[in-house]
Write a protein that binds this ligand. Structure first.
Ligand SMILES: Cc1ncc(COP(=O)(O)O)c(C=O)c1O
Length: 389
């Protein structure tokens, strides 16, 4: 069978190897502490589940319009008004199958063969592959603690060429959890707009931020494209629902693409998501966010004490991206040894980075405080620092 070159170019998630081995060890009777998983451990909040069940039981099994249920597009638009004080017309909102669907639509919309797509390295690995699938050229720009693992205006200017078309930013970032400074994002937006390019800002970890006020990129110069999701903050990963906000001029193209690629986002999930944006659910989500913050504080402090290098305490998502280069020459081997010898699963840097991935590992605090405590004790013993915990 011939497998296309574009498929061959897609790398597997190495964390799946870790996960598969972790499951094997669990089947053999070992207990594993899971710090590799990039989704909340909490169940979907009850009011959302109830709304999904009600949708199923009342016969809402049919396609919705390709860009989503009008009520949900309206509710999302209102969310921008309430949460960010940014007025938004529902006509500019498209509901998508996860933010994965949104990212694919946008790359399909914006990228011609050979166009360059600029993104931070380390970063969310699927972005690289989406660009490749639509025959774009990825420009992976190395970032690190010195720039909070985010692109800067200077970096974008430096890497911009006449073939550059799109800049992609995730804030808070996966894998680092760090946020881009408002002024820096403004600078990038201004530059990209002046060059006639497009800026995509992935705000999927909004809601899960532990610093100051959250700002959406929506009101920046040049009408950036904004992507978000019900997966992370709203705890709905398996419901496969996200959204994007685009300039009005893009909506017709997005509609045609969505009709052809997906027909529509999942209908019961859309009814459930109406409840995700309700006042009742907001209380539950806020408590969960506070719990994530407690976990971050605990894990950050312990990892630093154990000798992992983390320049700053990240302000969002549920990840810590640590330099382990003085503990091991190869973070993939380090992650595998930690799993085999200590029963702690983490993700090696090579899932996120092309430049020096062997230095880095990602810890996800998507498990309970109790489990994190056990995990940290095991890591300490693995590093021969058991007495100090
Ligand atoms: C930065 C980022 N963007 C997008 C996604 C895709 O999520 P979903 O398709 O569930 O919305 C993820 C998932 O881990 C992510 O980390």
């Amino acid at each position: 069978m011939q497998i296309s070159a574009r498929t061959e170019a897609i790398e597997p998630f190495y964390v799946m190897e870790i996960l598969a081995r972790a499951r094997e060890l669990e089947r053999a009777g070992k207990t594993i502490i899971h710090m590799e998983i990039g989704e909340p451990d909490f169940e979907t909040p009850e009011p959302i589940v109830a709304a999904g069940v009600a949708a199923l039981q009342s016969g809402r099994h049919h396609y919705t319009p390709a860009l989503g249920l009008p009520e949900l597009r309206q509710a999302i638009a209102e969310h921008y008004q309430h949460h960010y004080r940014t007025p938004l017309s529902a006509d500019r909102v498209a509901v998508t199958p996860g933010s994965s669907g949104a990212l694919q639509l946008l790359i399909a919309l914006l990228v011609n063969p050979g166009d360059e797509v600029l993104m931070a390295d380390p970063g969310y690995p699927c972005n690289r592959h989406f660009a490749r699938l639509f025959e774009g050229e990825v420009v992976a720009i190395p970032v690190g603690p010195q720039n909070h693992f985010q692109l800067t205006t200077a970096l974008v200017q430096q890497h911009w060429s006449e073939r550059s078309r799109v800049v992609m930013i995730s804030s808070p970032s996966n894998p680092s959890g760090t946020m881009i400074a408002k002024a820096e994002l403004e600078g990038i937006a201004q530059f990209v707009a002046a060059e006639g390019g497009a800026l995509i800002v992935d705000e999927i970890y909004h809601g899960l931020t532990y610093g100051g006020e959250e700002h959406t990129a929506l009101d920046l110069p040049g009408e950036p494209f904004v992507v978000n999701s019900f997966s992370k903050y709203y705890g709905m990963t398996g419901w496969r629902l996200g959204w994007l906000v685009a300039p009005e001029a893009a909506m017709d193209g997005l509609d045609r693409l969505a009709q052809n690629l997906f027909l529509a986002p999942p209908t019961p999930s859309q009814y459930a998501a109406l409840e995700a944006l309700s006042v009742e659910t907001a209380v539950i989500l806020r408590q969960r966010r506070d719990e994530f913050m407690r976990r971050r504080d605990f894990l950050y402090q312990r990892l630093v004490a154990l000798g992992f290098v983390l320049e700053e305490r990240p302000e969002g998502a549920f990840y810590l991206y640590a330099d382990c280069s003085h503990l091991s020459e190869d973070s993939s081997q380090f992650a595998m040894d930690l799993l085999e010898q200590a029963g702690v699963a983490i993700t090696p840097g090579k899932d996120f980075s092309l430049s020096h991935p062997e230095r880095w590992v990602r810890f996800a605090y998507t498990t309970s405080m109790e489990q994190l405590r056990v995990g940290v004790t095991r890591i300490a013993e693995f590093l021969g620092k058991g007495g100090r915990q």
